[in-house]
Design a protein around this ligand. Structure first.
Ligand SMILES: [Zn+2]
Length: 277
C-alpha cells in the first residue's frame, strides 16, 4: 500500500515538477506549483514535514514583504540573483533536499510502519528545513541592517548590502531565530508524539546556523560573481538593471549559482548532522 502511494505521488509529481522547472517564465506560479506538489508529497508522508514546509514558506513570504519598499533593501536586492519572489528552481534548491529525505523516510517506513520522529533521517530533514529557513531569513532581514555587512573571509572589511559572503549581526540573529522557529515546531511535535529528547532542538538550531555560515562562505568563494563595468558593483547577476549593462565575470565558478550554493550548504549540514547523530 505504501509502495503504491509512493509510486502514485511520484507519477503525479515528477512530470509536473519537470515542466515547472523547464518553464522559467512562470516565475511565481512555477514556484507556487512546485511548492504545492512538495506540500502534497510531504503531507502524504507525515504531518510534521508538511507543517515545517508551511512554516518555512509562510515565514519567508512574510519576511519578503518586510521593509520591501525601503531603498536600502531594494538597493541590496539589485545585487542578489533573485530576491523576494521565489521561482521553481529556488523552491527546489530549498525544498529539494527535505523532499528527497522525505522519500527516503517513506521507503524506510514501508518496513517500519510507525514513524519514530526522533529517527536520524527525520532529524536530518528537520535540520535541512532549519538551514533553508535560516538562509532565507538572514537574506531578507540581514540586508536591512543599519550597519554595512562584514566580509566573511575578512571581518575587518565591510561590503555593500546584498553581497554574497557579507554577514551582519542582524543577519546572524535572523538565522538563529529562523532555525529556532523550525526547532520549536519540531519540539511541539516531539512532545505531542511523546518522543521529546532535550538534545534534538539544539541539533536543529546549530545545524541552521552552521548552514547559514557555509552558505555565506561558499557565496564568498566559489559562487559565480560578476562586476558591472559601469558602476563597478559586484553582483550575482549577469545584467545590472540600474546601469542597463552586461556584467563581467569577477569571481567564482561560472556554473556555481546561488541556488546551487543553497543546495550544497543544506547537503553539507545534513551529512554532518547524520554523522554526528
Ligand atoms: Zn552598474
Amino acid at each position: 500500500m505504501l509502495a503504491l502511494t509512493l509510486l502514485l505521488s511520484l507519477l503525479v509529481n515528477l512530470p509536473v515538477g519537470y515542466v515547472v522547472w523547464k518553464k522559467q517564465s512562470l516565475t511565481v506560479p512555477g514556484g507556487i506549483t512546485t511548492a504545492g506538489i512538495m506540500g502534497f508529497l510531504l503531507f502524504v508522508i507525515h504531518p510534521l514535514f508538511w507543517t515545517l514546509l508551511i512554516v518555512f514558506f509562510g515565514s519567508s513570504t512574510v519576511l519578503t514583504r518586510y521593509r520591501a519598499k525601503d531603498e536600502i533593501k531594494q538597493e541590496a536586492m539589485t545585487l542578489a540573483e533573485k530576491g523576494g519572489e521565489r521561482d521553481s528552481k529556488q523552491v527546489l534548491a530549498n525544498g529539494g533536499i527535505p523532499g528527497f529525505i522525505a522519500i527516503l523516510i517513506l521507503i524506510q517506513q514501508s518496513s517500519i510502519p510507525i514513524l519514530d520522529i526522533s529517527d536520524s533521517l527525520v532529524v536530518a530533514l528537520v535540520v535541512a528545513f532549519a538551514v533553508v529557513n535560516a538562509d532565507t531569513w538572514a537574506t531578507e532581514l540581514g540586508v536591512t541592517s543599519s550597519k554595512a555587512p562584514r566580509w566573511i573571509l575578512d571581518p575587518r572589511r565591510t561590503v555593500p548590502r546584498g553581497t554574497s559572503g557579507g554577514i551582519s549581526t542582524k543577519g546572524l540573529i535572523a538565522s538563529f531565530l529562523a532555525a529556532s522557529l523550525i526547532s520549536l515546531t519540531y519540539s511541539l511535535f516531539l512532545v505531542a508524539y511523546g518522543q521529546f529528547d532535550v538534545s534534538l532542538p539544539f541539533v536543529v538550531i546549530l545545524g541552521g546556523l552552521l548552514g547559514s555560515l557555509i552558505d555565506s562562505f561558499l557565496g564568498a568563494t566559489i559562487q559565480a560573481q560578476y562586476q558591472c563595468p559601469a558602476c563597478k558593483k559586484v553582483t550575482e547577476k549577469t545584467f545590472h538593471d540600474a546601469c542597463e549593462a552586461d556584467t563581467e565575470p569577477y569571481r567564482g565558478l561560472a556554473w556555481f549559482s546561488n541556488d546551487l550554493v543553497n543546495l550544497v550548504s543544506v547537503v553539507v549540514v545534513v551529512l554532518v548532522s547524520l554523522l554526528l547523530w
